[in-house]
Design a protein around this ligand. Sequence first.
Ligand code: 0O2
Length: 209
Amino acid sequence: MFNDYINKDDLNDWRHLLLLYKFALDEMSTKLTILNEEFQQIHSYNPIEHIKSRIKTPRSITLKLIRKGHEVSLENAKNYIYDIAGIRVITSFTSDIYNLKDLICKQNDIKVIQIKDYIENPKPNGYRSLHLLLEIPVFLSDRVENLKVEIQLRTIAMDFWASLEHKIHYKFDKVVPSYITEQLKECAELANFLDEKMLSINEEVKKYK
Ligand code: 0O2
């Protein structure tokens, strides 16, 4: 698919672009690790359960550009695909998500481009997560490149739901029978109930410290 749209001479430029996004991802991952480890030292508590990161494949970039109606080019990939560098941060509690968001967004080398709060406003299918679209500078030998990184912040329960929903979506080639969609929506509500319950138990436990 990718090769149908990309001239062989341009392959090196694409490799270079993806390398720049890898640098952006590395920088952002380090920032998150620092926040987590410092938090652990000060409060004896890790807000982050785990972090997954990935660079979008050239195939996915190509498909997304076509889906959005753009010509497949390096410039368009940089301008219109916001999640070439993607990080998923999994937390225990919803409160951790908002604490982390505040800590990330106030770092003055980070530019906040957009915040999508699918926790306050879940998608109609039940999807919940907080998405941050950020731009960070990457210092190269001859210039500074500002690159976009998408961070998805989710609790374990939100991630459990989203992972299964994603698999089902692809299993049915995006046309999921309505009774399954309805059951998934129910599960999203149950996952949300679990998040709220766990948060309130945690608040109780904190009083004993
Ligand atoms: P993948 O394979 O996860 O990378 P945009 O990226 O902003 O141009 P969109 O769709 O408006 O396009 O962005 P949005 O809503 O921020 O969602 C982007 C990503 O969030 C998706 O990436 C998914 O990872 C996740 N996501 C959004 N909605 C859902 C959902 O209903 N279910 C699940 N499981 N994940 C969701 P991609 O590119 O679709 O795929």
